[in-house]
Design a protein around this ligand. Structure first.
Ligand code: SF4
Length: 488
């Protein structure tokens, strides 16, 4: 088999044109305490053998743990890549044989693909076919590292609302192309709209439909369009677009939806309307599968983190009790599928220090690496989030996002409470539709004070409106009323 191993230098693009903010396996980025590498896992499914190889790879490089990312990938903070055995990862399919295209394997699918009782199409073969295409296509090297595709098979645990440049709705009638037209970030390009079409929130329904067997053709068509035309797009100056490469939506904004349709000859144009999949399915804990003899377990990982010992233990549990699969979720937790019995698995997980309790506080808190792993960070969001997991008392699920700067990478969708990192501490925000951070509530304050304020907000909600969710409670009041409540 053809294997090429290239480590592209830290913080430089292959063409040397700009810094890399999204680490890859062969394109690591410098972090405060080492080097950050990201291993792409298309569809988020790893098996026990891959997990053990991954643990070995990480241990050899001095990593103490790994982190599941919000794209179902795996991130490692390593001391050095000098001893990196890339060939071991390539041999088990955890890295592309052609190093220069590895970081474009950005393919997301539901973590319950193929096992979800509501699914309409099993998307796993589609993910595999696109991954094979990317992994063997050196001409894709000029893509943006953020060029990403999600495939939604109609599962209850939908990834349709997750931020993918391209979303394919896989339905029995075919693959329908939706495009993400905004990143939702403050100061970002939320105002982008296509010249025609059907905006659905931040998504544009192109009404283009391919056959289910044409997944690779869809990807090849769109990636070729990007490669041929992205160089002609004028850059939109924005402090939130650090990359100098446009996103796919900027091509459609520039030339219009009719241009896109004219350049997709393999697709049919449909008049039928379609509902956008909704998120919010609670998958932690015990769940029935489509295959009635099996269950799946949603397991909580604090901030997506897993020690190498826990990873090895999970590999063993999956092999003994399941079908060897461990599924990484874009919500930074994991799913163990295909379990005929539950109690022994829960016991084995507890011995590893892992919980399946849907009310665990770690299930509510998301944070990026902050200063521990990102050059743009202004605050140690990761350790502050670990403190929040220890200190906050949550009596009902409340989504809390703690961000290392104003970009909000860890939680691209609106959360109930957001702490935005600044050089003076954290500003505090409350949910607002369509905005990563939401309504500005409090100016910047030190991290420990911010956690006290959040705890008070949670207590006030429980005292005044325990029967409604935190989000419903805050959504129904204006900010001045809420401030009176919180200060009473
Ligand atoms: S939100 Fe976090 S990961 Fe994203 S750029 Fe800011 S500090 Fe870095």
């Amino acid at each position: 088999m053809h294997r090429t191993v290239i480590v592209i230098s830290v913080s430089a693009r292959p063409d040397g044109s700009e810094s890399i903010f999204c680490p890859g396996l062969f394109t690591p980025t410098a972090a405060q305490d080492g080097t950050l590498v990201r291993i792409r896992v298309p569809g988020g499914i790893v098996n026990s053998q891959q997990a053990l190889v991954l643990a070995e790879f990480a241990a050899k490089l001095g990593a103490v743990d790994l982190q599941v990312t919000n794209r179902s990938n795996v991130q490692l903070l390593v001391k050095s890549l000098d001893q990196a055995d890339f060939a071991a990862l390539q041999a088990v399919g955890l890295a592309a044989p052609i190093a220069s295209v590895d970081r474009f394997r950005n393919i997301m699918a539901s973590p319950t693909a193929g096992i979800d009782p509501q699914m309409l199409v099993d998307t796993r073969p589609l993910v595999k076919s696109i991954d094979s295409y990317i992994s063997s296509s050196p001409h894709l090297t000029g893509l943006s590292a953020k060029f990403s595709i999600g495939i939604d098979g109609g599962e209850a645990l939908s990834i349709g609302q997750r931020p993918n440049d391209i979303l394919l709705l896989a339905r029995p009638a075919g693959l329908r192309l939706m495009l993400r037209m905004s990143d939702g970030s403050p100061g970002g390009d939320a105002s982008l709209t296509a010249k025609s079409g059907s905006p659905t929130g931040q998504m544009l329904d192109t009404r283009l439909v391919w056959g289910l067997e044409q997944a690779v053709e869809v990807f090849a068509t769109l990636s070729d369009l990007y490669l041929q035309h992205s160089g002609a797009i004028p850059l939109v100056p924005s402090e939130h677009r650090r990359s100098r490469q446009p996103r796919f939506r900027h091509l459609v904004k520039h030339w219009g939806l009719d241009w896109l349709r004219a350049n997709c000859p393999g697709a049919e144009l449909t008049r039928e309307t379609v509902a956008m999949p909704q998120g919010g399915y609670q998958y932690l804990g015990v769940h029935s599968q489509l295959q009635s003899e099996y269950f799946y377990l949603g397991v909580v990982l604090p901030l997506g983190r897993l020690t190498l010992e826990q990873l090895r233990g999970l590999a063993e549990i999956a092999a003994i009790y399941g079908n060897s699969e461990i599924r990484l979720t874009p919500w930074q937790n994991i799913i163990l599928p295909n379990l005929p019995a539950i109690q022994p698995v829960i016991g084995a997980l507890e011995r590893l220090g892992l919980s399946v309790n849907p009310k665990h506080s770690a299930g509510s808190i998301a944070a990026c690496r902050g200063t521990l792993g990102c050059a743009a960070a202004v605050i140690d969001s990761q350790n502050h989030a670990l403190a929040a997991i220890r200190q906050l008392t949550l009596t009902s699920p409340v989504q809390i996002h703690i961000s290392g700067c104003d970009k909000g990478c860890a939680q691209p969708l609106p959360s109930d409470i957001a702490l935005k990192g600044t050089s003076q501490g954290y500003e505090i925000y409350l949910h607002a539709p369509g905005a990563v951070f939401g309504r500005y509530l409090y100016p910047a304050m030190p991290a420990d004070r911010a956690l006290e304020v959040v705890q008070k907000m949670l207590q006030v909600h429980q005292a005044l409106s325990p029967a409604t969710s935190f989000r419903d409670f805050t959504d129904r009041h204006d900010l001045s009323t809420l401030l009176q409540f919180f200060h009473a």
